[in-house]
Design a protein around this ligand. Structure first.
Ligand code: BGC
Length: 448
């Protein structure tokens, strides 16, 4: 008999949280040694301060995507469906104006493949026009559009043919990238092919991930059945043995397609990073790093930049990944509040790839906004220390502008600088929004 949904979602929640999917926050841990402001070097000219979002998590009614189906089949791992999300598909103008008013100069968001190519080879001019309007609105408000071509979601038809398990998948993803770039490239300031290309590796590195295996398989089987297919593959719950080589090829081909223009902007890939700390003799930190990053560090090393996305650390001893230390502050997402992971992962990414770095995500799931402010201060201090040491960091995009749809956890985990009423869609900036905005403004005004 199938397990009750509540039981499955509880399992998925625990597992995915510990797997680092929720990821990030300040505490009883002593502040890391900061640097005196006077000793700080100037931030690079045009340093980007802003926020990051994802199409599926804010737009609403992404009905043609694989996630929409997975959220609505039975059984499902999702605690609730995304439905209207933040209705940003219609309210993007308000969001962009708010981000600009807060003091930001860059805005990361996704162009949704499922909307742009609703049927294989059929492209929606209206969807492309929509994203053109969004990008134009960014420019009008002084925000650099930082684009994600795929933030985990794919069109339902693509998932039903096997997603990145299908040998045609690299060419299909590259074709989408080419069509979107043809229309939107001139308006892009930077772009990444995949969001957290290594996410399935990160989840699977956790021993607990085995626990959700049967529930994932049941959900995907229900999706396949609803699609009249014998398969349904998701980026998040990928079978890496079957899909990773194709996803790498998809990145490489899409990278070339985007670089071919029009437009002239850096193209990279973003990676979900953990500050992997070895503990004790014989610790397996290097092995775990190799396991969670796989081929993606080498891919980033060939791109124009690496997008660092960091929320916390993991400690690894001789037996593998350890639980958070006793007494450590945990975020609402269940992982350790450890803002200094940002600086550590920037150093790791710089060392391993030698590429310029944008922090494309960093944040904390919490209902206590004072902890968000503390997190931001310590994370940004750790980033600035990297810049002081000569590391080429070009922007900090906080996750996220809005409280949004946090995937399997639904709307109960809140990462936003701005609260959203899910009935009226009213946006209310939290003190942390003003705090980060003021930081952005003052760093620009003072040229530091
Ligand atoms: C993802 C976001 C997610 C955030 C917080 C990142 O791994 O890119 O989509 O909402 O973490 O969990």
């Amino acid at each position: 008999m199938t397990k009750p949904v509540a039981e499955q979602t509880d399992l998925s929640r625990r597992t995915l949280v510990t797997a680092g999917l929720g990821l990030a926050a300040a505490s009883s841990i002593a502040a890391a040694p900061g640097r005196a402001t006077a000793a700080r070097k100037t931030l690079p000219n045009g340093f980007w301060w802003g926020t990051a979002t994802a199409a599926h998590q804010i737009e609403g009614n992404n009905t043609n995507s694989d996630f929409w189906l997975a959220e609505n089949v039975k059984p499902t791992l999702f605690q609730e469906p995304s439905l209207d999300a933040c209705d940003s598909y219609h309210r993007y103008g308000e969001d962009i104006a708010l981000a600009a008013k807060l003091g930001f100069n860059a805005h990361r968001f996704g162009v949704e493949w499922a909307r742009i190519e609703p049927e294989p080879g059929k492209f929606s001019a209206a969807a492309l026009d929509h994203y053109q309007r969004v990008m134009e609105a960014c420019h009008a408000k002084g925000l650099a559009p930082v684009i994600t071509f795929s933030h985990w979601t794919v069109p339902r038809w693509f998932a039903a043919m096997g997603g990145f398990e299908h040998p045609d998948s690299p060419a299909l993803f590259a074709r989408f990238a080419e069509r979107a770039t043809a229309k939107l490239g001139p308006l892009m300031s930077a772009a990444s092919t995949f969001n957290e290309a290594n996410i399935a590796r990160l989840i699977q590195a956790r021993p607990e991930s085995k626990l959700i295996g049967p529930a994932v398989r049941a959900m995907l089987a229900a999706c396949a059945k609803a699609s009249g297919s014998d398969r349904f593959a998701s980026v998040l719950f990928a079978d890496l043995a079957k899909s990773e080589a194709n996803q790498v090829a998809a990145h490489e081909q899409a990278f070339q397609a985007i670089k071919a223009g029009p437009g002239n902007f850096p193209v990279g890939v973003t990676i979900s990073m953990q500050d992997v700390q070895g503990v004790g003799e014989g610790h397996r930190a290097t092995e775990i790093e190799d396991q969670i990053y796989g081929p993606w560090i080498a891919q980033a090393a060939k791109a124009d930049f690496v997008g660092v996305q960091t929320y916390t650390r993991i400690r690894v001893d001789a037996n593998g990944i350890m639980p958070p230390p006793k007494g450590a502050e945990l975020t609402a997402a269940g992982y350790e509040f450890y803002p200094e992971a940002l600086g550590a992962t920037i150093r790791y990414a710089a060392r391993k790839t030698g590429r310029p770095i944008y922090v494309t995500e960093n944040g904390i799931g919490t209902d206590d906004d004072t902890r968000r402010i503390a997190y931001i201060d310590r994370a940004v201090a750790s980033m600035r220390a990297c810049i002081d040491d000569g590391i080429d960091v070009r922007g900090y995009l906080h996750w996220s502008l809005l409280d949004n749809y946090e995937w399997v956890f639904g709307y109960k985990q809140r990462f936003g600088l701005v609260a959203v009423d899910l009935k009226t869609f009213k946006r209310t900036p939290k003190p942390s929004a003003l705090h980060l905005g003021a930081m952005a403004r003052s760093s620009r005004r003072l040229g530091k």
